[in-house]
Design a protein around this ligand. Structure first.
Ligand code: AMP
Length: 197
């Protein structure tokens, strides 16, 4: 079952207003389900919009921010818990271990790094939590095309396609998470006991 959702998304708002709308819808949908948001802890870009939406809808927010980025990413006030880490690596590990599922919204290199981290860790069996790419306006299509290329060229197994799901918006993304939540009753998709995470 899902209690916490980790959302990776841009520290900038992006050009299209569709991205901000997606961040707001995502935040509201998390809060409405009584799930906890785990995210990077900043108050900038889509990250800030997302956390504000969860808080305004009465939800719980855990922000995880490295000490060095407290000013740069503007540590968000008023959240339920702000975890300050020593390093970026520790931040990522705590975001990953503290959530039951991952949503990946549009973003920049940091978001891409986080996406690849959870995909590769799942590929290696360190966790078995759902990963949903939220593909508004086809944002993730070039990345998915590259994934196809890796597989087509023999650098990854075709079965790796099962490591992630793609949703064309918040509604579909939460339908996928609701299904995972239902399957999780008695299921074994949570972090495996023998994993490092
Ligand atoms: P971006 O998508 O580049 O706007 O960044 C989104 C978030 O990812 C920000 O909170 C960044 O600090 C974070 N980030 C950037 N690089 C990394 C990294 N190597 N590992 C983990 N998080 C990162």
């Amino acid at each position: 079952m899902i209690e916490s959702v980790c959302v990776f998304c841009g520290s900038r708002p992006g050009r299209s207003v569709a991205y901000a709308q997606l961040a707001r819808d995502t935040g509201r949908s998390i809060a409405r389900r009584g799930w906890r948001l785990v995210y990077g802890g900043g108050d900038i870009g889509l990250m800030g919009i997302l956390a504000t939406a969860v808080l305004e809808a009465g939800g719980e927010v855990i922000g995880i921010l490295p000490r060095r980025l407290l000013d740069r990413e503007v540590a968000k006030g008023g959240i339920s818990e702000l975890v300050v880490t020593a390093t970026m690596f520790e931040r990522k590990e705590r975001m990953i271990s503290g959530a039951d599922a991952f949503l990946v919204l549009p973003g920049g290199f940091g978001t891409l790094d986080e996406l690849l981290e959870v995909v590769t860790l799942r590929q290696l069996g360190y966790h078995d939590k759902p990963i949903v790419l939220v593909d508004v306006d086809g944002f993730w299509q070039p990345c998915l095309a590259l994934f196809d290329r890796l597989i087509g060229e023999g650098f990854a197994d075709p079965s790796t396609r099962r490591l992630w799901s793609v949703a064309d918006g918040a509604e579909k993304a939460f339908a996928l998470l609701d299904a995972a939540h239902a399957r999780g009753r008695g299921g074994d998709w949570r972090a495996r006991e023998d994993s490092n995470l």
